[in-house]
Design a protein around this ligand. Sequence first.
Ligand code: PEP
Ligand code: MG
Length: 585
Amino acid sequence: MDTAAGQEVVLKGVAAAPGISLGPAYLYSKLIPRVEEKSITPEEVEGEIGRLRNANARSEKELLKIHAYAEQKLGSQNARIFEAQIMILADAILMGAIETRIARELKNAEFVIADEITKYKQIMLAAHDEYMRERARDVDDVMNRIIRNIQDQKLFSKLEGASIIVSETLAPSDTVIFSRNQVLGYATDLGGVTSHAAILARSLKIPAVVGLRTSTKTVRTGDIVAIDGYAGLIVLNPTEETIQTLERKKRRFMEFEGRLVNIAGLTAETLDHKHIELSANIEFDTEMEFSREQGSAGIGLFRTESQLIGRASYPTEEEQYQAYRRVADGVFPHSVIFRTFDVGGDKISPDTEHEANPFLGWRGIRVLLDRPELFLDQLRAILRASTQKNVRIMFPMVSTIQEIRRAREMVSRAQKELDARALPYDPGIKIGIMIEVPAAAVLAEEMAGEADFLSIGTNDLIQYLMAVDRDNAAVAPLYQQFNPAVLRTIRHIIDAGHKKGVWVGMCGQMAGDPLATVLLVGLGIDELSVIPSVLPEIKKIILSIKYKEAKRVADKSLAMSTEQEIREHLSSIIKNKVPEIPFDE
Ligand code: PEP
Ligand code: MG
């Protein structure tokens, strides 16, 4: 698209993290740098080696910065991957061999680097040891970094000043690493609202719009872009009028958010005193303080797989224990629900193989049951952190009753192992499961008979129920959280749990959608676990409604047959009950 004239262009995507900002774009491309073979003269050798050493020093500086940031954001264990990369740069034998070849073969530095490091990499890739194969990826990263530096190409780690990152897609770790810069927003061509990069953007409080399809082809580095994470759009070359409209909207939202601060200390209860446990979804212990400030009653979902970011292997029991203990202590006297590693799907995983259909593959509890040593390490670590009786365990991606039974057996085994080591834990620890697979939803009553609580994972449940990839923008309109099939399934799960006397919560993104609150309360949900940034808004809604009325809203919604009718109904209710909520039309 020709935007040379500075014409305003609006690109519509999907709102993934709220907020509005304006700034220069930075086009992030993960393209591998091109390497050409060039001959040099003997007189040029010294200069070429100088370029190599300079690039090496710059790469080291970048990696040291990334390492320091990762350490602060994710802890020293998780930052180790960058230490390994720094060590490769410092490898005198490797660098010496590259310099010798430049001088002897009279070839340009990037060609020799690529050739020499690729040889290294091939040997590592051929290894049977998974660890060695993983290290090959580090080597690759380092190689690309030095070559980019030799070629003087811009890298995200050298971002200067605040920017809006425009990219085809972002991995969760990209999102975290980018956030060490002054990132004003994320705009991606691919991805869905529930992708883990989007979830992280929300945790980091950075506006994000995904599923823009053509942003990387339309926007260039340095272009001025406005991002509206409420409406799910970006505006290239915004006019003065557009900027002012967005500024007004931002003020409106910020004022509303500011007014909500004073409800943090209140308990989430309807006007007719139905209590809803309102807790927070987090992935890093650094988010605990913010979620407390936002007024959460504990942590309803701690995604433990965040500990795997930047690592090539699973953390040890002791490493995990330290991390879980920090969270359990930090949240006390409230509780935390640790969800055991949910690897696979679109999530990080140190050792899952490439699969044709990862969302239907080796994921969540399936991996853990196949890897008992890994499962036991994690269970022992969680149990050891439970001595104050404020810890719960939750299993992801359960699809059969046998899986729950086998997982509970593993908990008993972990308890026995701790008994043998005379280590204390909470013997009455509550064990729950996520309902995110349709089969588990259908069998919710039987499932509830085997668990202490159920938590509905709508992000996955909707994708499996509607057969719509949660990250695929092309089918995003079919990802309908208010589809009658979804609503009826949720009602069925809540009723089934209550029949068996267990509480039923929700920790998918739907729990944090203000449009869904009245409906969910009316359906009888006991707990809502939401991202910390939306917590006060959801609490405000709960405080403004009557359970009796919410039940009527739920019944009426359930009798409707299209998502559009249901949305309109819920929207009219919320506008009437909580008119100050600044909904985006
Ligand atoms: C879910 O599926 O709703 C959920 C909370 O789990 P995740 O988003 O981590 O897959
Ligand atoms: Mg899930």
